[in-house]
Design a protein around this ligand. Structure first.
Ligand SMILES: *[C@@H]1O[C@H](CO)[C@@H](O)[C@H](O)[C@H]1NC(C)=O
Ligand SMILES: *[C@@H]1O[C@H](CO)[C@@H](O)[C@H](O)[C@H]1NC(C)=O
Length: 334
């Protein structure tokens, strides 16, 4: 083969790998790597490299070993693997995903990627996007928020998981008399991960024209327990807590990918997919950066945190917060 042939061969080979690995579950990929005698030691090396922020502390020798492991693993089933939101062993799956993606710090830029598989193809993103759009007609003859609540009530699973989170979120703990925030958030995650968006999005993003409706919408996630606290913590602190947890970090990465704003795009979203953005938004509910409507007179959303004391990291903090408060992709949807 001449040089061109070699080049083409590599190109085709690489493209094939991308295609073959697309949509592959990281748990399955991790298993098949572990049972392969060349792949397995590389994965072990890589896991050591990324363990506890290790790579920064490593000497040049170890760093090059880490880099070698990454490049070798790029041609293993691990490359391009993803996880399913709410799947069993989601955290294990994501830890495998991140062991490869965390390594981008080694200077190896992976193809732009995100942790979660897209929803099944039959999923009607366009219809979802119209949830908010129909309200423009100005016909207030139907109350979409009430209809959404009714629809959930007649679906067994929706009703069951909704009742579960509401009771988990309003029940005061015997010890403190306050609600159990951790339990509440866990029940909320179960609801938003397991119930199809046809129900959850109708409930959470229904259009409102008066404050009573907007207040009910704001109360959907029982913010008194899941959202608010006595004081607003720093967004940077909340973001750090989030990034230390594989699930939260992945939900955030997915949100930042799917809700990426683009002024030049007709719908304001770089990925052009409204439904995916809303889905990624609901993926954050029940995490340390749970977003919600901030009041009952607007459709503004934000996590419960502030950038007022962020000092010299103010820009990093605002970038994070403005992804919720000043994001054309998200704002046009709400
Ligand atoms: C990771 O290492 C960097 C550089 O040493 C440090 O600034 C950062 O705080 C560390 N992060 C964690 C989570 O330990
Ligand atoms: C809207 O929010 C304000 C401020 O929290 C509150 O005083 C008011 O009662 C709310 N309106 C409704 C209709 O719940």
């Amino acid at each position: 083969m001449d040089l061109w042939g070699v080049y083409l061969f590599h190109l085709v080979f690489f493209a094939l790998q991308v295609v073959l690995s697309a949509g592959r579950d990281c748990l399955v990929a991790g298993d098949s790597c572990s049972s392969d005698e060349t792949c397995s030691p590389r994965l072990r090396t890589l896991r050591q490299c990324v363990a506890g922020n290790g790579s920064m502390k490593l000497g040049p020798g170890a760093r090059s070993q880490c880099a070698n492991a990454v490049s070798a693993l790029l041609s293993s089933p691990l490359h391009g693997c993803q996880c399913k939101r709410g799947m069993k062993k989601e955290k294990n799956c994501l830890s495998i995903y991140w062991s490869l993606h965390q390594s981008v710090i080694h200077g190896l830029n992976l193809v732009e990627s995100y942790p979660y598989e897209a929803m099944e193809r039959d999923y009607d993103y366009v219809r979802l996007a119209s949830i908010t759009a129909d309200s423009e007609a100005g016909m207030v003859t139907v109350n979409r928020c009430l209809d959404a609540a009714k629809a959930c009530n007649v679906d067994d699973l929706c009703q069951k998981l909704r009742t579960e989170y509401v009771s988990a979120c309003i029940k005061p703990s015997a010890k403190s008399g306050l609600c159990n925030k951790a339990k509440c958030n866990k029940a909320l995650r179960r609801f938003f991960d397991r119930i199809p968006p046809d129900y959850t999005h109708e409930l959470l993003f229904c259009p409102c024209t008066d404050t009573a409706c907007a207040e009910r919408r704001r109360q959907t996630i029982v913010p008194g327990c899941s959202f608010e606290g006595s004081e607003k913590p720093s967004c940077l602190t909340q973001m750090r807590i989030c990034k230390a947890d594989y699930v939260c970090r992945s939900r955030l990465a997915q949100f930042q990918y799917d809700c990426q704003p683009a002024e030049s795009s007709a719908n304001g979203c770089k990925q052009g997919n409204y439904g995916a953005c809303l889905l990624a938004y609901t993926g954050l509910i029940g995490s340390s950066i749970t977003p919600n409507y901030v009041d009952n007179s607007t459709s503004s959303v934000a996590p419960w945190c502030s950038c007022s004391a962020s000092g010299n990291q103010r820009e990093e903090c605002s970038d994070f917060l403005e992804y919720f408060t000043d994001n054309v992709c998200l704002i046009l949807l709400l």
